[in-house]
Design a protein around this ligand. Structure first.
Ligand code: TRP
Length: 328
């Protein structure tokens, strides 16, 4: 069976955009492939050298992914820093990673601009750590967003280079698996195309009913259509797109007919939409709360995942040591 692997940056809580994007894809993938999902806590040191309670952030993410249906019985879920073999592979890959190519990576250049006082070697070698994450499990496919394509190209290059330098056919070249092809795009309710944390328009899975209502009620609309069957301008289209995701077809049709007849009352639509978003989120929110309260369970999941991942990683590291010429 092919192996799928993906890394999750420990940045904040999950929102609906994440849910219908990566998270739901992961939940499906775990039934179709041998899956490894891990939280990239080492990577976060490239921007936050003194992380503020990193273990708590990692726990929060774990709890949220578990609540969304990532199943530790099906997939291996672990924390990057628990699998030290990754660091050893990172060392070997760095020996064959060249300054010029690392300096040309767009996200490195962005970071140089963003944090001129902390242009550290970890930032420069971010692609080799990511390649180590992937190659340690000899993963065949990596679900990533478009923004990770250059890092994926580097991972493929490092895999090929390793094989060439040591005259082996050891690492498979990891293919990107474009999440956008499988994901449902969740719009922003502020009239912008997309829901996102940095866009400041996110509805989080942990938002309570009141917060959801507040966020939906202040969604951007217009003064309403004046000609029947008019095309919807983006902010309004976004509200309908959201309805398509969380509401029933009847509800959608009802408001769509009203719109087409120029009888739409956005207040009513928003009220219904808030209710439907809440109905969708409520069970997930409850599971997040339950899992978050169960420290022992989260610890057990992390430990089991670390054991499984370390075992697999140890095989790879043994092979790699032998291939290079070290004592396995
Ligand atoms: N760089 C990825 C991101 O920013 C996170 C990540 C780290 C990752 N290691 C990985 C993703 C390995 C896929 C595979 O989202």
């Amino acid at each position: 069976m092919e192996t799928v692997l993906s890394g999750i940056r420990p940045t904040g809580n999950l929102h609906l955009g994440n849910y219908f994007g990566a998270v739901r894809s992961f939940v499906k993938l775990q039934d179709e492939y041998e899956c490894f999902f891990f939280i990239a806590d080492w990577h976060s040191l490239t921007t936050h050298p003194r992380p503020d309670n990193i273990r708590q952030s990692v726990k929060t993410i774990l709890a949220e992914y578990l609540a969304c249906g990532i199943d530790p019985e099906k997939a291996t879920i672990y924390v990057q820093s628990d699998v030290r073999e990754v660091a050893e592979l990172y060392l070997y890959l760095n020996m064959n990673a060249y300054l010029g190519e690392l300096e040309r990576v767009t996200s490195f250049k962005d970071k140089v601009r963003k944090q001129p006082d902390n242009i550290n070697a970890g930032l420069l070698t971010y692609p080799s750590l990511m390649a180590a994450d992937i190659l340690i499990h000899k993963a065949n496919r990596v679900p990533v967003g478009k923004d990770q394509e250059q890092n994926m190209e580097m991972a493929r290059k490092f895999a090929r280079r390793f094989n060439t330098i040591y005259g082996v056919e050891y690492f498979p070249e990891p293919a990107s698996f474009h999440l956008a092809d499988r994901a449902v795009k969740v719009p922003g309710l502020d009239g912008s195309g997309k829901m996102g944390k940095s866009e400041g328009n996110a509805i989080y899975l942990i938002d309570d009913e009141k917060t959801i209502r507040k966020k939906v009620m202040k969604a951007v609309t217009d003064s309403g259509p004046t000609i029947p069957n008019a095309e919807k301008p983006e902010p309004v289209a976004n509200l309908f797109a959201m309805m398509e995701i969380v509401s029933t077809k009847d509800t959608y049709d009802h408001f769509n007919d009203k719109y087409n007849a120029c009888e739409i009352r956005y207040g009513d639509l928003k009220k219904q939409l808030a209710e439907d978003i809440n109905a969708f989120c409520a069970p997930i929110r409850k599971r997040i709360a339950d899992i978050t309260a169960d420290d022992a369970y989260i610890d057990k999941v992390a430990r089991t995942g670390a054991d499984k991942a370390s075992e697999n990683a140890a095989h790879t590291i043994n092979d790699v040591r032998r291939i290079i010429g070290f004592r396995p």
